[in-house]
Design a protein around this ligand. Structure first.
Ligand code: IMP
Ligand code: MG
Length: 183
């Protein structure tokens, strides 16, 4: 932890603040999906911490599944097209699908994912993102549920990585630019 802390410029959201954000989203989703056939789909790996907390804040019966797509690799800029690395196990037909994502940045990942998933005939499809960087949007995507807006800085922790590291930090912090500018 102390090693990782040296790479953090400042803490944006403490563990307690994140808990409150996720509780609010869980309550909202529990209200909105009453009587529906909710399927939470976590986009690996960034959303696993968010997903595990969020699903425990959803008070309705629901199912979960996971999907992995390639976006950034170890760089901090989006490449364009999305590749499916791990597909869903569940057939989406009849489900009210809620995509659970860590952060909506350029929107390219979710835009492409929405296209892929909507042709599989879910009853409905919505996006729940923990963080949103609206200034960076390139693709036409909007989150139906958003935990918090964040500034145009590279953030890590609570599932979010830089080059696969820092995911296990229990808070969200801004990564020092020199960490990724060195590489
Ligand atoms: P988009 O296609 O540009 O919206 O990229 C979304 C993906 O990029 C997210 O799922 C994250 O994996 C990654 N990403 C974007 N911004 C950050 C950040 O500040 N920290 C860590 N990962 C990020
Ligand atoms: Mg991700």
């Amino acid at each position: 932890m102390s090693d990782m802390m040296q790479d953090i410029e400042s803490v944006l959201f403490s563990a307690q603040e994140l808990d409150a954000i996720v509780a609010r989203l869980g309550a909202q989703i529990s209200r909105d999906y009453e009587g529906k056939n909710l399927l939470l789909v976590s986009i690996l790996k960034g959303s696993i911490v968010f997903m595990s907390e969020l699903m425990r804040r959803v008070t309705l019966p629901c199912e979960i599944d996971f999907m992995a797509v390639s976006s950034y690799g170890s760089s901090t800029e989006s490449k364009g097209k999305v590749k499916i690395l791990k597909d869903l196990d569940i057939n989406l037909e009849g489900f009210d699908l809620l995509i659970v994502e860590d952060i909506l940045d350029s929107g390219v990942t979710l835009f492409n994912l929405m296209e892929i998933l909507s042709v599989r005939n879910p009853k409905s499809i919505r996006i729940c993102t923990l963080f949103d960087k609206p200034e960076r949007r390139k693709a036409d995507v909007k989150a139906d549920y958003s935990g918090a807006q964040v500034p145009d800085a590279f953030i890590v922790g609570y599932g979010l990585d830089y080059a696969e590291k820092y995911r296990n930090l229990p808070f969200v912090g801004i990564l020092k630019p020199e960490v990724y500018e060195q590489k």
